[in-house]
Design a protein around this ligand. Structure first.
Ligand code: GCO
Ligand code: MG
Length: 405
């Protein structure tokens, strides 16, 4: 049964932050929604969709999800990269949404059905100093979370990744037409992180899963040193210890420490992480279900990971929309080696603009059983919040050298 695509529109909205949404409509009036949000490069993906992919979608059979993926990956010659793969990911999510709606089934049923009843969630706790961080951890535990990521300020630094200045939730992209420049000092961070995380472990006891994100800033040797120092803290994972463009360097880190390693949120195809997985250099692959080309490609990455006992733990911060989070949960419910879902939650206005069927309860998430992905964009409400330029910061060392933010 075919279902012809008659329209494909890109909708930019900025309730609490910028989101890019793809709306695909078929000749029988079924609408599929895809997320195409790439923090700080939203307009690039919007243009890639509007100017290059949307015109090619018209007239295609919406049911041919995989052929469309192949057409946009192999057929456009210039492959891979965050903008291309986020655009392909948005199309893929919209088509899976349509397929589920046409079948009257939630997408996880189309992926083979549930292999678990619910999905373990982790959320972000942060504080400028350790007491403030512990208060933030307690607030998350009070909400039932069983897994918490802990990030704190670093003595001597005015700004640090993952720690907000009192706003309700942490949004790293600053409004304005130029990125904020932050100063970074790895030595200061390495002196502080082990004590800070040991204090959190001491505070929460042995059962709570603790995570920490080093956010791409260490050399392999610094990563090994931090991993070893954190072994007594028994982290669920230490994330993004190095930029990992050179996947081979993780072998050295792996040989030095048993602290579990998670990498992958900035990767967008299986090629970016093949060696990390097949070499078993990591314990969790973090590729985002939309940035890595959608459900159709992310599931291939997660299946490769399963062969090497690497867990799937997709990126899911509040700077991808509830559509991506929902897709992550549908894939998560049907994927045997799915480990944990990042869930920061959204601002109330985001939840109004993106009405969703997924639920959070006592530390776990479920995608719900609405046909498709279970998220609908309120276009009228979305139109009230125009795109507002915002960029992720850049980081420089104290001597001014550019470094990884
Ligand atoms: C995470 C990520 C984010 C990114 C953000 C960039 O683990 O959730 O590291 O915090 O920094 O998504 O836009
Ligand atoms: Mg991260």
């Amino acid at each position: 049964m075919s279902s012809m695509i008659v329209a494909a529109e890109v909708i930019l909205t900025s309730p609490s932050r910028n989101f890019v949404t793809l709306k695909v409509t078929t000749d029988d009036g079924v609408v599929g929604w895809g997320d195409a949000t790439l923090n700080g490069r939203e307009l690039a993906v919007a243009s890639y969709l509007k100017d290059h992919l949307a015109p090619l979608l018209i007239g295609r059979d919406a049911q041919r999800v995989e052929d469309t993926w192949q057409y946009f990956y192999r057929g456009v010659y210039w492959r891979r990269g965050p903008v291309t793969m986020a655009a392909i990911g948005a199309v893929d999510l919209a088509l899976w949404d349509i397929k589920g709606k046409l079948a009257g089934q939630p997408v996880y049923q189309l992926l083979g059905g549930a292999v678990r009843m619910r999905i373990l969630a982790y959320t972000h706790a942060s504080g400028w100093d350790t007491p403030e961080l512990l208060d933030s951890v307690d607030e998350k535990l009070d909400r039932g979370f069983l897994a918490v990521r802990a990030q704190s300020g670093v003595p001597g630094l005015d700004t640090v990744y993952g720690v907000h200045h009192g706003e309700v939730s942490y949004e790293p992209a600053g409004r304005g037409k130029r990125p904020v420049e932050e100063t970074w000092d790895t030595a200061a961070y390495l002196r502080h992180a082990p004590t800070m995380l040991a204090a959190v472990r001491e505070h929460v006891g042995p059962e709570i899963a603790l995570l920490h994100d080093a956010h791409h800033r260490l050399t392999p040797n610094q990563a090994a040193r931090l991993g070893k120092a954190l072994e007594p803290v028994d982290l669920f994972w230490l994330e993004d210890v190095t930029p990992a463009e050179n996947q081979e360097v993780l072998r050295r880190v792996r040989e030095q420490t048993t602290t579990p390693l998670a990498i992958g949120e900035v990767f967008n195809t299986i090629w970016d992480c093949k060696d990390l997985i097949t070499g078993q250099y990591i314990d969790y692959i973090r590729t985002c279900v939309m940035h890595a080309g959608g459900i159709s490609h992310a599931r291939r990455i997660f299946d490769l990971a399963a062969l090497y006992q690497v867990g799937a733990a997709p990126h899911g911060p509040s700077d991808v929309s509830p559509i991506t989070l929902a897709a992550s949960l549908h894939l998560g419910l049907a994927t045997p080696n799915f480990a944990i879902q990042e869930f920061m939650g959204y601002e109330p206005i985001d939840d109004e603009v993106f009405r969703h069927d997924y639920t959070y309860k006592s530390g776990y998430l479920h995608p719900g059983d609405a046909p498709g992905l279970g998220v609908e964009l309120d276009e009228k409400l979305a139109a009230r919040y125009p795109y507002n330029p915002a960029y992720l910061p850049v980081a420089r060392k104290r001597d001014g050298t550019m470094t990884d933010w």
